[in-house]
Ligand binder design. Structure first.
Ligand SMILES: O=P(O)(O)OC[C@H]1O[C@H](OP(=O)(O)OP(=O)(O)O)[C@H](O)[C@@H]1O
Ligand SMILES: Nc1ncnc2[nH]cnc12
Length: 171
């Protein structure tokens, strides 16, 4: 399946100059969505994974089905002010803005092997900060998996030493 055919590119969203990769066109196609998750599962199959962590909101629509497929837990990384328990937080910047991410302090047991999952790797700001939060809680990052990678933004550079896989690349 050519997954790129299912992604819609919208120019100048959410701000001028950004070519937004819209995954809703893939998500609404049941066969394509399932095939994409199955393929991501195949790409990470060599890792020993105990938990998947993914950032709100699109990281949930990739990370949660992947965790179901692998039979492991899912931990949400949320924008600040959304999680009800005690949290740790960190500021971050992404391709078109900045925000604050948070995790529950008891989300991860020290030493747990965690795969980070998100829909898209752009500058890597979101994932770098997600990884820092997971590590702060004692989690061991075993890899990072994305549906889409914007290779021209070189987000991988921020993920030095981490096995990064992506299903679709834009260069
Ligand atoms: O590599 P980066 O430059 O950090 O950009 C990638 C991030 O940007 C998008 O999230 P966004 O903050 O737009 O939130 P959403 O998932 O709630 O739409 C996307 O889902 C990634 O998490
Ligand atoms: N170009 C882009 N399209 C969709 N989501 C993004 N997140 C960061 N950059 C993005």
């Amino acid at each position: 399946m050519n997954f790129k055919d299912y992604i819609r590119v919208i120019p100048d969203f959410p701000q001028p100059g950004i070519r937004f990769k819209d995954i809703t066109t893939l998500l609404k196609d049941g066969a394509a969505y399932r095939a994409a998750i199955d393929e991501m599962k195949r790409l990470v199959a060599h890792h020993e994974i105990e938990l998947i962590a993914g950032p709100e909101a699109r990281g949930f629509v990739v990370g949660a089905p992947l965790s179901y497929a692998l039979g492991v837990g899912f931990v949400p990384i949320r924008k600040s002010g959304k999680l009800p328990g005690e949290t740790i937080e960190a500021d971050y910047a992404l391709e078109y803005g900045k925000d604050k991410l948070s995790m529950h302090k008891d989300a991860i047991r020290p030493g747990q092997k965690v795969l980070i999952a998100d829909d898209l790797l752009a500058t890597g700001g979101t994932i770098e900060t997600s990884i820092n939060l997971v590590r702060q809680l004692g989690g061991q990052i075993v890899g990072a998996a994305f549906l889409i990678e914007l290779t021209y933004l070189e987000g991988r550079r921020k993920l030095d030493g981490i096995d990064v896989v992506s299903l679709i690349q834009y260069s």
